[in-house]
Design a protein around this ligand. Sequence first.
Ligand SMILES: Cc1ncc(COP(=O)(O)O)c(C=O)c1O
Length: 403
Amino acid sequence: MRGTMTVAVTQLSSFLTNRIQRIEVSATMAVAAEAEKLRAKGAHLVDLGAGEPHFHTPQHIKDAAIAAIQGNVTKYTAVGGTAELRDAIIQRHAADFGSDYTREECIASVGGKHALFNAIQVLVDHGEEVIIPVPYWVSFKDIVRYGGGEPVYVPTDERHDFRLTADMVERAITPRTKLIILNSPNNPSGAVMDSKHMTEVLRLAHDRGIYVVSDECYVYLNHTGHKFSAGCVHDVKERLIIIGSLSKTYAMTGWRLGYALGPAPIIAAMNKLQSQSTSNPTAFVQKAAVAALTGSQECVREMLAQYIVLRDKIVEGLRAIPGITCAAPNGAFYAYPNVSHYFGRGGMSSASDVARRLLHDAHVVVVPGEGFGTQDHVRISYATSEENLAKGLERMREFFAGV
Ligand SMILES: Cc1ncc(COP(=O)(O)O)c(C=O)c1O
């Protein structure tokens, strides 16, 4: 049986391009699929695996989309989004971070991931190196590989709250380094780069002629009270591409609206690539995005306040489980506890084993850290109700007490 499957896969592979075979299915999606199978059998799972807000999209944003559909905003728009939307993106960013971008330096895409994909495809050529701090969001390495680039990993240490410094980045630079990917607040660790460290990395890259893609999809979910964008650092603009998204900020994951801000020639190249693939983001979603960006930001503040309450509960609960350590997450909505204390118990020897046992025995969904580049952790999303979080913590406590 095993032999037959191998032959089938080999034959299938021969039809596929080299580039598609360089990448993997997202680890988070694999977990979701496994959980789905259990759910179909009637299991009541506590899902702490999902990477999306549990809140509904705010009403005024939904109303704007409905009005746009009724008003027949249903045709193609400019590939990179309407001028109205790009102005809204630029002005929101300028108001919040003091940045200074023009319409030609802004593109709207079908989610932040799409903007990230396009930016990397236009910047990274075969054999060029891309520095990726570890732990990393699952898609960075695959998007780089798809474009023929080579990921160069820079591990960070949980004992220092996964801090990334310019020294660490500098040691990884070679003559082939083209790009550095920053992601603060970070998925999966929740780590936040402070303005000093981020500025030092940006200046280092700028001085060496290296580009920085700063994935700021969680920039508004910063719990420190000092939200900071790479766009605050004006003198590195010619080497900087900011990736933004409405998905997490406004609980709009399914709407698919993200953007990039960067040098006009790079944005023009991204427009060219987008013109040959998706074309524009959905027309009426663009109208909803304008409402989100130009309307009251009270909804963002309310969701952030709730995430902080949930963050405190999950960190306290995890740290109370014997043997589990958890660095303090300062942003996004993830905790990234170290579960290696339990390796060697109950037949578990990896984070994947722990996640699998939590799923099957405790009915709690978490994502194993291997997909994010570390061996000892699982990612827990606390974007869920307080009741659900309490139930998940209770189940985890019982599970670990029993192994
Ligand atoms: C770090 C990071 N970047 C980008 C994205 C992409 O978000 P979207 O494509 O929904 O804007 C995600 C989504 O989980 C993420 O965690």
